[in-house]
Design a protein around this ligand. Structure first.
Ligand code: GLU
Length: 300
């Protein structure tokens, strides 16, 4: 199925991993309520649109009525979707993409409510209307499309491996036959292992950070999920952990939306298509020093 496609455009620069955590922490979250700053605190990455009209979008109508937007995110994935528990600051590529979409709909930072939602609960939260949209390493799949719609893709990565430094080299999933690999419940990587690698034992949690803790504690032998996520965790523990191997799948990230809201889907797709410069600024700010090399993908 989805396991062998490697992506030539993505690479890891080991030395740059160390820089990632630093790059996450230096960006105050837009205290002026504008469109997110550029990491230097001065020029916004994007403007908040005024007098937005979006006919035929029930989600947008609901946002207007409550004068705010509720966005589902991750908050334990450095570089992508991260909440600093001390400062309360949210950072990451996905979080800034989420803010950019909100700004394009006329909502500033003060009008955004971020809701942390684990991988396994994403579809249901969207179906229930608990959130207006979801931005959090959310792969576009046909199975998920039976319940929800996606805008995008806005990012492409693939399944990779995180191991302990000092352990024997292992860079393929097959190397973990008979060993225990951890991933998040409901994620595409855990589904891939269960479907295609029956000899690998699995440990599942709602959050990848729990898997990373188990890896540090030597309770599991590897963590597997998208390489872009693993690079962020490796940067948190540069002395202990490293990303290994290539990309075993192609994971195309989309914005999760209520099924049938094509007006909002079109709006976001147009934003991505017309907004390449902004996409690039958001990438550079959050992942520019990570060693991840990704071009903005074309929307579907
Ligand atoms: N991108 C994969 C997925 O959507 C793995 C990352 C995640 O769990 O968010 O399942």
């Amino acid at each position: 199925m989805r396991r062998t496609k490697a992506l030539a455009g993505i690479g890891i620069v080991a030395a740059a991993l160390l820089a990632l955590t630093g790059c996450n922490s230096g960006s105050p979250s837009n205290p002026g309520g504008g469109g997110g700053d550029n990491g230097g605190g001065d020029k916004p990455l994007f403007e908040v649109a005024k007098d937005v009209k979006l006919d035929g979008s029930p989600t947008f109508d609901a946002m207007k009525k409550r004068d705010g937007v509720v966005i589902g995110v991750k908050e334990d994935q450095p570089g992508l979707g991260y909440l600093d528990a001390t400062t309360g600051e949210r950072t990451g590529f996905d979080v800034d993409i989420a803010r950019w979409i909100a700004a394009s709909l006329g909502f500033d930072e003060k009008q955004i409510t971020f809701k942390p939602i684990a991988s396994v609960n994403r579809e249901q939260s969207i179906v229930n209307g608990d959130i207006d949209y979801y931005v959090g390493t959310y792969s576009i799949t046909d199975k998920r499309k039976t319940q929800i719609d996606f805008a995008g893709p806005y990012f492409v990565t693939g399944q990779g491996l995180l191991i302990r430094k000092g352990d024997p080299d292992a860079d393929k999933l097959e190397d973990f036959n008979g060993k225990t690999v951890c991933s998040a419940t409901g994620s595409t990587p855990i589904q891939n292992i269960k479907a295609n690698f029956p000899q690998i034992k699995t440990q599942e949690y709602d959050l990848y950070s729990a898997c990373v803790q188990d890896l540090l504690d030597k309770k599991v032998d590897a963590v597997t999920t998208d390489q872009a996520i693993l690079i962020g965790f490796a940067a948190q523990y540069p002395k202990d952990l490293k990303v290994t191997g290539g990309l075993f799948t192609e994971e195309r990230y989309g914005v999760g939306l209520k099924k049938g809201d094509t007006a909002l889907q079109q709006h976001i797709n147009t934003l991505f298509t017309d907004g390449h410069d902004t996409w690039q600024k958001i990438f550079d700010k959050n992942l520019g020093k990570s060693g991840i090399k990704v071009e903005q993908p074309k929307v579907d």
